[in-house]
Design a binder for this molecule. Structure first.
Ligand SMILES: [Zn+2]
Length: 282
């Protein structure tokens, strides 16, 4: 069976090339054909400020300023088409569209974002307006430019956003970009609020990344949810590119849910393919 992880992060550089390639080989042996890996770029933040936009608990072995794009593209070239690099836009501050265009030409195939409008975000990181000294309006303009670009270029977007706290803004995005393929990961943070979004917008996906303890603690409730939305839930792990064991744990987690073969296949492979657009790419 084919397995595609739609949600990994880089946090490594060429200094870890051997470790990364051993890890990817283990995953390939386990049936993993593709990993979507988010690659950060930082055009203006200094060593202190850059950490304001990084949640705790992720160990960065790569560039201390989080300019990961070059090394991620090298890893991508070295692994055939196993890696699917997605540009993490959280630290972009100006010329968003030309910056993304540039990185697409270099090999990026999707977009990653985080909705960080204020200090009440679930990741407990500093907001983007505070980090860059811009208004909420300017921040929204930046995010809307990113969505417009992604929709126009048929790029998948992985966008961390809390449906409970920011439901109105989430709906505004989806109303403005009805053709965007977008994954609000971690079940939109809260399944109750997120259900309404899934019920209304057919172009919305989600993933199980970072949900291990919740799913393990309440497997029936999560398998019910997945069965109710069979075409929406994608396999994802939030693993860093050098942490194959986390991806393997998530594969076991999905198998432990005893979904039907058809549904398990959709979660591990069919839905990730649709979200990433792998079937439409020759
Ligand atoms: Zn993540």
């Amino acid at each position: 069976m084919e397995i595609i992880d739609v949600h990994c992060h880089c946090f490594a550089g060429l200094g870890q090339a051997e470790r990364v390639s051993h890890g990817l080989a283990r995953l390939r042996d386990a049936g993993v054909s593709h990993l979507a890996v988010m690659g950060l770029v930082n055009t203006s933040l200094n060593a202190q400020d850059v950490w304001k936009l990084i949640p705790e608990g992720f160990d960065n072995l790569g560039d201390p300023l989080f300019n990961e794009a070059d090394d991620l593209l090298k890893f991508t070239q070295q692994t055939g088409d196993m890696l699917f690099p997605m540009l993490d836009t959280r630290m972009l501050n100006s010329d968003v569209q030309s910056f993304i265009q540039d990185h697409l030409q270099r090999g990026f195939r999707g977009i990653k974002g985080l909705y960080l409008a204020d200090d009440a975000n679930d990741l407990r990181v500093t907001s983007v307006p505070d980090t860059f000294g811009i208004s909420l309006e300017q921040y929204h303009k930046r995010e809307w430019e990113i969505f417009a670009f992604a929709e126009a270029h048929d790029l998948p977007v992985l966008y961390h956003m809390d449906a409970n706290r920011y439901g109105d803004t989430m709906r505004a995005i989806l109303d403005d970009f009805p053709h965007l393929r977008i994954n609000f990961p971690h079940f939109g943070i809260g399944r109750k609020a997120f259900r309404k979004i899934l019920d209304t917008y057919p172009n919305v996906y989600t993933d199980i990344a970072y949900m291990f303890p919740h799913i393990q603690g309440n497997p029936d409730s999560y398998s019910d949810f997945i069965s109710h939305y069979p075409d929406r839930v994608c396999f994802g792990s939030d693993a860093l590119i050098y942490q194959p064991e986390i991806v393997l744990d998530y594969i076991e987690l999905v198998k432990s849910l005893n979904l039907s073969n058809e549904l398990e296949n959709k979660v591990l492979s069919g839905n990730p393919r649709s979200f990433l657009g792998l079937d439409s790419v020759c």
